[in-house]
Design a protein around this ligand. Structure first.
Ligand code: GDP
Ligand code: IMO
Ligand code: MG
Length: 427
């Protein structure tokens, strides 16, 4: 049985939660590997509708071991309420495990995210304000507090005292803000420690066992390739790598153990937050797609920006992730659009280019070159076989496949678990 890394191919919100929930039915382990509660993964199945921020979307299949990997930054307050929400809905979380190496989002990270965004003024990144950037900065700067620290309350106090000393200096001297109370934060985190202690384990041991038993492991990515700190639209992106390479580090699975990489793409593009998006639509079609698809952020409720499918960016995403197949979601959203467009190249400074530029300034100047295909103008949400799709929809999927240079293994025609069309095995 292989290890499958599942990654967002665009700017996030491609439908990763839905696809993980669907594939988890045949998996043994699902491990979330990056981001934090900036993620919002929607799952709709026989148990109801759920918006997960930290818990892996395999949680609804009770024999699947669900791991929050070392690469995730965890806000314990959010995790605690997510576990409580799931339990209240009758979802068992006894098969959830948290890596003892994961870093924690602390109250000062939330405040810093807010203050840093304010200080960027007109150049704000549009973060989710979940403290993600500051938490990953502390991790890299060796000032982080980890889940294993929750298991040693004396050690926690000592480390928190040292870290908060420097944070409070920053708040009072740079931001002219009041200091935060060490005692209050310590007491609060002791409550989380008691709640979460039984979930915190050395997950690398569990993954080593799973691989030795040749179990099917799904690595669940968060965000999307175009938000990657190295290859995305820097600085308009997130602070941990959503790529398959990030998955290797963030799950604790060596790169040569990953057999397949599945990229999740919407049949069009969306983006929340600021930064360039070459195919963005500012017209009635964009509004229509937003309304049909109810494109509002799962985590923040912000309206998502809408654009045509960008095959230039998608090809880059395929290459950088080493995709072995693609899942194309939300095809049904385009059901009533008379003609659909795919961006096949950019025009930059009067020249045609087929690569994704590194610089935000260049990306903002890129004008999309489109190929236009006729729409299918009929509902497809009931379809379960590719050849039962209207020919125009089949043609749209095949053209995207051709332009991306990667086979489409599945496509989705609705938000529920069963609204999937399998073309080829992705595992
Ligand atoms: P994620 O962050 O990648 O897990 O995606 P989100 O959950 O943030 O956003 C994806 C949205 O699309 C959710 O509202 C899903 O319920 C919905 N969705 C996923 N696949 C499909 C699909 O094929 N058709 C439709 N109409 N909605 C879908
Ligand atoms: P899922 O896993 C969409 C975006 C934010 C912002 C940028 C930086 O649901 O696909 P951050 O809070 O990470 O510092 O914000 O990244 N962003 C996402 N956009 N889906 C997500 O996650 C995102 N996580 C972060 O909107 O532009
Ligand atoms: Mg989302």
């Amino acid at each position: 049985m292989p290890v499958l890394a599942l990654v967002g191919g665009q700017w996030g919100d491609e439908g990763k939660g839905k696809v993980v929930d669907q594939l988890a039915e045949s998996a043994d382990v699902v491990v979330r590997f990056s981001g934090g509660d900036n993620a919002g993964h929607t799952v709709i199945n026989h148990l109801g509708e759920f918006k997960l921020h930290l818990v892996p979307a395999g949680i609804f299949t009770s024999r699947v071991l669900c791991i929050i990997g070392n690469g995730v930054v965890i806000n314990p307050a959010v995790l605690m309420s997510e576990i409580e929400m799931l339990n209240k809905a009758g979802v068992d979380t006894s098969h959830l495990v948290i890596s003892n190496r994961a870093h924690l989002v602390m109250p000062y990270h939330l405040l810093l995210d807010e203050l840093e965004e304010k200080s960027r003024a007109g150049k704000a990144l549009g973060t989710t304000k979940r403290g993600i950037g500051p938490a990953f900065a502390d991790k890299t700067n060796r000032l982080g507090i980890r889940t294993c620290d929750l298991l040693d309350k004396d050690g926690l106090k000592e480390r928190l005292t040292m870290v908060m000393d420097s944070k409070n200096t920053l708040f009072t001297k740079v931001y002219d803000a009041p200091p935060m109370s060490l005692d209050k934060i310590y007491d609060e985190y002791c409550v989380y420690a008691d709640f979460l202690a039984s979930y915190i384990k050395d997950t690398s041991v569990l993954l080593t066992q799973a691989l030795a038993r040749k179990q099917l492991v799904i690595m669940e990515g968060a965000q999307g390739a175009l938000l990657d700190p190295d290859f995305g639209t820097y600085p308009y992106g997130t602070s941990s790598s959503p790529l398959s390479a990030g998955g290797s580090l963030g799950a604790g699975i060596a790169p040569n153990r990953i057999d397949k990489v599945l990229g999740i793409f919407k049949a069009y593009c969306t983006r929340v937050g600021n930064g360039p998006m070459p195919t963005e639509l500012f017209d009635a079609t964009g509004d229509e797609i937003r309304n049909i698809a109810h494109e509002f952020g799962t985590t923040t409720g912000r309206p998502r920006r809408i654009g045509w499918f960008d095959a230039v960016a998608a090809r880059f995403s395929c290459f950088i992730n080493g995709l072995t197949s693609v899942a194309l979601t939300r095809l049904d959203v385009l059901d009533s659009i008379p003609s659909v467009k795919i961006c096949t190249a950019y025009e930059l400074n009067g020249e045609l280019i087929d690569y994704f530029p590194a610089s935000v300034a260049d990306l903002e100047k890129c004008r999309p070159v489109y190929e236009e295909l006729s729409g299918w103008n009929s509902p497809i949400s009931h379809v379960r076989k590719f050849t039962d799709l209207p020919l125009e929809a089949q043609r749209y999927v095949r053209r995207i496949e051709e332009l991306m240079g990667c086979e489409v293994g599945m496509t989705c025609c609705g938000p529920s678990r069963e609204q999937v069309i399998h073309l080829k095995s992705v595992i």
